[in-house]
Design a protein around this ligand. Sequence first.
Ligand code: SAM
Ligand code: SF4
Length: 319
Amino acid sequence: MLTDTFGRKHNYLRISLTDACNLRCLYCMPNEKMAVTPSSKLMKVDEIVGITKAFVKLGVTKIRLTGGEPLVRNDARQIIQQLSKLPVELTTSTNAVLVNEYIDVFKEANISSVNVSLDSLNADEFFVITKRGDFKKILGNIYLLLANNFKVKVNMVVVKGVNEHAILDFINWTKDFPLDVRFIEFMPFAENKWDRSKVVSYVEMLDVISTCYAFEKLRDEPNDTAKKYQVKNHAGTFAFITTITQPFCSSCNRLRLTADGKMKNCLFSQGETDILGAYRRGEDIKSLIISCLKDKKEALGGNPNFAVTENRSMIKIGG
Ligand code: SAM
Ligand code: SF4
């Protein structure tokens, strides 16, 4: 079992398949043109599978494929198929632009739950946030997932002055559809122009919702990053991911692998361990994984006030 020096057991690996994306979300991507990692530096299918097997042998039981946009990779299908043969719960985070092309692959791979990013229910506003993308198609793909019995979590990053007014639209959406909407506090990454004044806190969001809806607190699962609620008689639920105002580091069970094969023991860690390089040299990567985990800090990568921003951008880390 992958246990760190604070006794936290790590069984959840988030693998970024690429830092390329077909959207340009303003809270995620740098404004300037970003160079995409050349494919020779990305983990290839067999390398992803080989490295993942080492994590699984060490105790990983849940894997999320993320990015960038994982589904833009030409070989995403093979990656999903290969990883689905491992004894893990496999899942993915996507912007849903290409989901209609993957429904069958998801089913074959026994993926039961998909996280979709969507930050507005208004097509014009969606375009301002993502700078491209077909809102109608994405919405259609969310309904397609529901129609095919996938559990769908919708992630909305709330940025002050951009989309906080849409919170009630999302709550209203849960009335008739069994969606789990998660409001995410805006987090700082390289070049995403974060500052604390743009964060809408979980308490502020709850206040807004309570002006229109009566809701109840639901039980949160162990290691869950989200605080869950439900409006009475709504088919879906809503939740908050409170990284900024109430971090959940004490129960963290997450490890990350970037698309170029670097392990990060925390979303906010400065350090990275080159697992792919070692794997390509035929070295023992299990001991590297263990030693990377030993360096994990107690909270927020050892940067509790988010003062140091020399991290990668979110799209380079993999969300
Ligand atoms: N492209 C996929 C998607 O959008 O779901 C997967 C990658 S994306 C980086 C993963 C998650 O990170 C998304 O839910 C996105 O909203 C979230 N995210 C990106 N930048 C963020 C930020 N600055 N603060 C909070 N969440 C962020
Ligand atoms: Fe792309 Fe997802 Fe980042 Fe948006 S949040 S730019 S969809 S990786």
